[in-house]
Write a protein that binds this ligand. Structure first.
Ligand SMILES: NC(=O)CCC(=O)C(=O)O
Length: 286
């Protein structure tokens, strides 16, 4: 099948972890019944998003000793027979006590396919609007991550990671056909940059991009932007939504990746002689 259906579950996340897990399960099943082959959950899908919550909700991420959220994700993927990008959860590394913001990806057999620790921590200071410092409590991951599906390889990033074009560029040069970002932008930077970043990453790399947010909770300390969005390799928005709980669907025509690359062949026109400090890794002319 060259047109898998992608579903982004813009989940309403609250303070009760068990409720979040149950809600995620019912939405993943709903998406699967609607024909989705790949389903994405948002950043921090099992806990409210905020530095004050990470330690309280954190779990070990070890598929050999699955914790509450990992068991739930594995079961959801298996029950619904989808590729499941399990949003992210706060991860506790038991040996060091370090905390990470971590995404896990599951196959339709319920087995763990990939684990990505957020590489670029969300530290911003937008005067009069928002100050947020993930690095006060989290450590950054130190690896780029991709996972294989029957429709091609996808790169993974978490939210703020989408601001770094190098990550998506390297994934595309390594043959990824898309980037998936569980994310939780806010009401200051969301309207400014969320869609623009997704379209930019798609356009520069001629890949699909998708970002899945939690729904906005007006009682939460952090107001998520919502607007979960899927973009095609021409940088066209295929599907999006507002801030309410919802599932965003789109069929992905995988032939578009080659089509746009034939029409606008930037992949074979790069001048690495003029920018030798930019890696040519995986570039099609190598
Ligand atoms: N959770 C995040 O990383 C938020 C990123 C964000 O809002 C941004 O503007 O970047």
């Amino acid at each position: 099948m060259s047109k898998p259906k992608l579903a982004l579950v813009q989940l309403a996340v609250g303070a009760k972890k068990a409720v979040n897990l149950a809600n995620a399960r019912s939405k993943v099943l709903e998406a699967s019944k609607a024909g989705a082959n790949m389903v994405v959950l948002p950043e921090c899908f099992n806990s409210p998003y905020g530095t004050q919550y990470f330690a309280q909700y954190a779990e070990e991420v070890d598929s050999k000793r699955p914790s509450e959220s990992l068991k739930a994700l594995s079961a959801m993927a298996q029950e619904s027979k989808v590729y499941l990008v399990g949003g992210s959860i706060p991860e506790l590394e038991p040996d060091t006590g370090n905390l990470f913001n971590t995404c896990t990806v599951w196959g339709p057999d319920g087995l763990l396919l990939a684990k990505h620790r957020k590489v670029h921590l969300f530290d911003i200071d937008f005067p009069g609007k928002i100050v947020f410092k993930e690095s006060e409590v989290l450590k950054p991951g130190n690896a780029l991550t991709e996972f294989a599906t029957p429709w091609g390889k996808f790169g993974l990033g978490i939210c703020y990671d989408m601001r770094f074009p190098e990550m998506a560029m390297v994934a595309a040069r390594r043959g990824c056909v898309g980037m998936i970002y569980p994310g939780a932008f806010n009401t200051t930077t969301g309207p400014l940059h969320w869609e623009l970043l997704l379209r930019a990453r798609a356009m520069d790399n001629q890949i699909f991009t998708a970002a899945c947010s939690p729904a906005r909770d007006l009682n939460a300390t952090y107001q998520a932007w919502g607007h979960s969005t899927i973009v095609d390799p021409y940088a066209r928005v295929l599907a999006t939504t507002n801030e309410a709980e919802n599932i965003v669907y789109s069929d992905l025509d995988m032939d578009l990746v080659d089509e746009v690359r034939r029409s606008v062949p930037i992949n074979t026109q790069r001048r690495f002689d003029l920018y030798p400090d930019v890696a040519a890794t995986g570039h099609t002319d190598e």
